[in-house]
Design a protein around this ligand. Sequence first.
Ligand code: GUN
Length: 291
Amino acid sequence: MAGRVIDGKAIAADVRKQVASDVAALKSAHGLTPGLAVVLVGEDPASQVYVRNKGKQTIECGMQSFEHRLPEETSEADILALVQQLNNDPAVNGILVQLPLPKHVDSNKILNTILPDKDVDGFHPANVGRLSIGERALVPCTPVGSVILAKTVQENLSGLNAVVIGRSNIVGKPVAQLLLKENCTVTIAHSRTRNIGKVVKEADLVIAAVGVPEMVRGNWIKPGAIVIDVGINRVPGENGKSKLVGDCNYEECARVAGAITPVPGGVGPMTIACLLKNTVEATKMQNNITS
Ligand code: GUN
């Protein structure tokens, strides 16, 4: 029997609904309107689509959206100056600098200049540290979205064997931290892992975040496991067109899994929804609101 398909689009819409209600409550109880600033340097087409969607959804949730589009040749010093300006702007509660940045810019230098309490991407070392020691933190959006999706299948993840495939700072490592917080037994598999299929086969919950198209095969999956596919890979499709596939071979894995996210329509829509959620959280942190 084929596994249940986890509808990321519908679940992201639920998250946005909750964000809109939290924004309304912040306005009425505290007179606060959360503001999200996005900085886009250059003309990368995928980034432009992403930034446009972010702006639209930010406004739909009742928040303020600030967009800063800079030419490709903008100097590192000028980007740093803009980040400092946004750090000092009380109307801006969240700052996101869209990646990738042009090659002449040191991305880490820029990201580490964002005030940790406005770092809605959760990439600043202060937030990475806070997450790892269990303090209140801004947590990277895709990992948060992945765990929300898994919890729609099984609310209590405690005691599950979770295998994360991939060890990136953006997904692999933070999602492993979140799963540890959920009391999972966590293994991080990566390109040097021996007999990776056998390691994954032990998992009740698989998070695939390697960026290798359809790497995870059906015979790696334990029957009934929850499979969250973070990969978004563009590959050649039919009639000379390209198509999107995940890190899992969907047809094969869906036959064995208990539940699985599709690509597109799984983790993808959750990322912006969780960014909006983080902007609300950042606003609360900056104003010492605990709930
Ligand atoms: N580019 C693609 N996804 C992301 C993201 O989640 N955050 C940032 N800053 N840049 C991105």
